[in-house]
Design a protein around this ligand. Structure first.
Ligand SMILES: Nc1ncnc2c1ncn2[C@@H]1O[C@H](COP(=O)(O)OP(=O)(O)OP(=O)(O)O)[C@@H](O)[C@H]1O
Ligand SMILES: [Mg+2]
Length: 468
């Protein structure tokens, strides 16, 4: 078994010529590409120029000794395994080195087998590490786009569309109920475009009085209206080279809709109270929780603008249509609030999880986020209990099947997933968290139970006897 290319280069550090020689011979024979130096200073010099995945260093050396070298390697964060050779100080010093970050040690005198075996151990560990890294990256890739979490089919579709359209200057229309992540997605589109270095400028059309919205967007000349004592740049200019996010687009007054359409068609704006136009380079993302088509039919939204905005339309599904995202989101927010509040909550107790899965989440992800924040602050212990959650959630848990959010959902996959999660939560509840007993009730293997628990983010408090 010869070492993989990434692990071939070994740096040997020893002041004794014969030890260096011996190691060079042994390592070369085993397929490595060793280099040897006589002291810590030389080793550091080499390490700052080249990468050595493995360093084998003597401890006692004149000048910079092995311990000092190890400390430097750790401090400078060289990505390398350090193996110590101990002769004089014995095991104690070697163990001290391991506490300081060395991977392992061997005693002098050593046999060739001993050294090679140790390197093979490093090799195995590195392969494992990289495999884990790859799996983790794959996981991240699949379930997350930027900070947006989701593994349900509709969310995967959203990620796919965003990846495709983000780089182009096309207008994007985001629709979805309140709290489904429209602004989050708009920011992700901006960050994943070549405009990322310029500004992302959000404006809420519903929050600004109708008579001010135009000057807010396009700027105004001095004296354009009462109170306009100075000329002012508009948000379109602020967003120059970047992205303008028009939130609550459905609330834009119809008079302004005409002007906006002209801006989009000509890439030009005119400040209020001015005749000359200026050209602009702004990408527009519009969002609304309203049904724009209905508004068009009613005559409160201009059809031509609607079609102009609707070039790329991304619909964010309500949370109740994607219950399989709930456990992932819980995990995501727990991690975030653990950091924010320096807590170490590890999960949600089974009855609480059941409630979180059954609740229809009219406020969508924002409501879930708030519920978890509240529970983290109220709750004690490392598992969130049902009584830390708002009353409407507890009702949902009590209401059971009748009020399940997905009762009208006919997707077998989704219904089965939420049924499974529900059964597992109940089985664990029945057994006081004992998994060995729970898998018998569920009539699945212990292993399958662990996988499913992980998939659904179901956690069991250690104190109630995990049974595994
Ligand atoms: N898929 C998701 N992953 C992680 N966090 C999310 C996700 N969706 C929404 N959030 C979080 O939920 C909250 C609400 O999201 P956001 O403000 O983007 O919703 P919105 O659709 O703009 O809502 P509104 O229509 O009420 O303005 C934010 O804190 C956001 O970070
Ligand atoms: Mg919003």
């Amino acid at each position: 078994m010869s070492p993989p290319d990434g692990l071939k280069r070994v740096l040997v550090v020893d002041d004794e010529e014969n030890i260096r020689h011996l190691l060079l011979v042994v390592l070369k024979k085993a397929g490595y590409e060793p280099t040897a130096v006589a002291g810590g200073e030389q080793a550091l010099e080499l390490l700052s120029e080249q990468r050595f995945p493995v360093v084998i260093s003597d401890i006692r050396m004149p000048g910079m000794d092995g311990r000092e070298l190890l400390a430097e390697i750790t401090a400078r964060e060289f990505d390398t395994y350090v193996v110590m050779m101990s002769a004089y100080g014995g095991d104690e010093v070697a163990i001290e080195c391991m506490k300081a970050g060395a991977y392992d040690y061997f005693n002098k005198p050593f046999t060739a087998d001993e050294v090679v075996l140790l390197l093979r151990k490093i090799q195995e560990r590195e392969v494992l590490f990289q495999e884990n890294q790859r799996l983790r990256e794959e996981l991240d890739e699949r379930f997350q786009f930027d900070n947006i979490i989701g593994r349900s089919d509709p969310m995967k579709q959203v990620f796919g569309t965003v990846t495709k359209i983000a780089p182009y200057k096309t207008t994007v229309l985001l629709t979805g109920e309140s709290g489904t992540g429209k602004e989050l997605l708009a920011r992700a589109v901006h960050r994943n475009s070549d405009r990322a270095a310029a500004s992302f400028v959000p404006i809420n059309c519903a929050a600004i009085p109708e008579n001010l919205l135009e000057s807010e967007l396009f700027g105004h000349a001095r004296g354009a209206f009462t109170g306009a004592v100075k000329a002012k740049r508009g948000l379109f200019q602020e967003a120059s080279g970047g992205t303008l996010f028009l939130d609550e687009m459905g609330e834009m007054p119809i008079s302004l809709q005409v002007k906006l359409l002209r801006v989009l068609e000509n890439d030009e704006i005119r400040r209020v109270g001015e005749n000359k136009v200026e050209s602009i380079d702004v990408r527009l993302i519009a969002a609304t929780s309203r049904d724009l088509e209905k508004r068009v039919a009613e005559g409160t939204f201009r059809e031509d603008l609607f079609y102009r905005l609707n070039v790329v339309h991304i619909r964010l599904p309500p949370l109740r249509e994607r219950p399989e995202d709930v456990p992932l989101l819980i995990e995501h927010f727990l991690a975030r609030f653990n950091r924010k509040f320096t807590k170490s909550v590890t999960g949600v107790e089974a009855p609480a999880l059941k409630a979180l899965l059954a609740y229809p989440w009219p406020g969508n992800v924002r409501e879930l986020e708030n519920a978890l924040e509240r529970a983290m602050l109220l709750g004690e212990g490392d598992q969130l209990a049902l009584d830390s959650f708002p009353p409407q959630l507890r009702d949902a848990a009590a209401g059971g099947r009748r009020r399940r959010a997905d009762d009208h959902d006919l997707s077998i996959k989704r219904r089965v997933a939420s049924l499974e999660a529900d059964l597992i939560a109940r089985a664990l509840e029945h057994t006081g968290g004992n998994r060995t007993h729970a898998c018998k009730l569920l009539e699945i293997s212990h292993r399958a139970l662990l996988y499913k628990m992980r998939d659904y983010g179901i956690d069991v408090p250690a104190r109630s006897g995990g049974g595994s």
